[in-house]
Ligand binder design. Structure first.
Ligand code: 13P
Ligand code: SF4
Length: 366
């Protein structure tokens, strides 16, 4: 549905206090008909309105279990798509700003993944020897691709279990779009780096020789997250020189070098819980998005914990940041008037196959 510009522009000019008060009032009026899901990277002004917060796995479960008529997802596009796939047909998934995408998810698409599958078929029979695994940070049609080809979805919190399952099905894995999550997880499971190759989706045959493809156990899509790319191993070294007692914790979208130097590696939910459960007085260096780190730092102050952002350059997820209180209010006030704006609707033909790949994921997750 197109943006009702006039109405949104009125809200866009609204001062923050009024906007916050009207969000609260709209939520109250919508009551049980509405659930708001908020990813940990959301800014505080939006995050505070979430009924449920979490990492991608937790939020996908929350979406599947919700009985609300409207699921407003304060996150990015692929998350709202998952909510639509997993919810009942009469439930409506909404993304407050349709421009809130994920630049990493965009690095793999149906055209370049199908081309890769075809090119791999010149070397081996992919449907017999490769399990396609897509990170949940991907479009619905790629989840459907995995569903159709005996593959599966993973998140940052179940990647190891998913890879184990995938190797039980077939000898190799094509992992997209995040090379780092694939590499960090496979290495932790004991797969040596020389059994992993990078598939450069801009080059014919991924830029690989037939011999390299035959030998590889993991074919890693050359995608990455620009936010997590900022963290460097030197940042850890420099910080530890100053504060050697520091515990380092990173998201698995960080590079191999950063994850190797981190005592803990886990999803956003794992990062938060690990720091929350740590003894008071501990110091933490955290390699993930700024809004999350600032919130954990603030919430841990009372327990005397010091929480630091890993990079000297501050960077946040600019697409998550597109969800602002004004867009949230705009979708809620439209719902109050009986209008649905910014609905996310996955085509029926993709829902069936994508659901299959997600169902396989839920079966192997704890
Ligand atoms: P989590 O599932 O760990 O919340 O990660 C989502 C994400 O996009 C991290 O960049
Ligand atoms: Fe995508 Fe990176 Fe933003 Fe996560 S932090 S939503 S992977 S761009």
């Amino acid at each position: 549905m197109s943006v009702n510009t006039v109405e949104f522009q009125t809200i866009a000019r609204m001062d923050d206090d009024e906007c916050q008060a009207r969000i609260v009032a709209a939520r109250e009026k919508l009551g049980d008909r509405l659930v708001i899901l908020g990813h940990h990277y959301q800014r505080d002004e939006v995050f505070q309105h979430a009924d449920f917060s979490g990492d991608s796995l937790k939020l996908s479960r929350d979406a599947a279990q919700s009985s609300a008529e409207y699921i407003v997802f304060c996150g990015v596009h692929f998350m709202a798509e998952v909510a639509d796939i997993l919810s009942r047909p009469d439930q409506i998934a909404i993304l407050p700003d349709l421009n809130a995408g994920c630049s990493m998810a965009d690095m793999a698409n149906r055209v370049n993944v199908e081309r890769a599958w075809k090119e791999l078929a010149e070397v081996l029979d992919p449907d017999a020897s490769i399990t396609p695994v897509t990170y949940i940070n991907s479009a619905a049609d790629l989840k459907a691709f995995c569903g159709r080809h005996g593959g599966i979805v993973c998140t940052s919190s179940n990647a190891e279990r998913v890879l184990k399952w995938s190797f039980q099905q077939r000898e190799k894995i094509l992992f997209f779009p995040d090379q780092h999550l694939g590499r960090n997880t496979a290495y932790k499971m004991g797969i040596p780096l020389d059994e992993m190759v990078e598939w450069d989706f801009d080059k014919p045959m991924g830029g690989l020789t037939t011999d390299a493809i035959r030998k590889a156990k993991m074919v890693l899509w050359k995608g990455f997250c620009s936010v997590h790319q900022v963290f460097q191993a030197e940042h850890i070294d420099q910080f530890l020189e100053k504060y050697p007692e520091t515990k380092v914790i990173s998201h698995p979208e960080c590079s191999f070098e950063v994850c190797q130097k981190s005592e803990y590696v886990g999803s956003t939910e794992v990062i938060i819980n690990t720091i929350n459960n740590a003894p008071s007085g501990t110091r933490w260096l955290v390699g993930t998005e700024l809004n999350l780190v600032n919130r954990v730092a603030e919430n841990s102050k009372a327990a005397g914990k010091n929480v630091h952002f890993m990079s000297p350059t501050l960077c946040m997820c600019s697409t998550m940041y597109r969800i602002d209180p004004q867009h949230l209010l705009w979708v809620l006030e439209n719902l109050l008037e009986g209008r649905v704006v910014n609905r996310i609707r996955v085509p029926e033909r993709e829902v069936i196959d994508a659901k299959l790949a997600l169902k396989r994921m839920f079966e192997v997750s704890v």
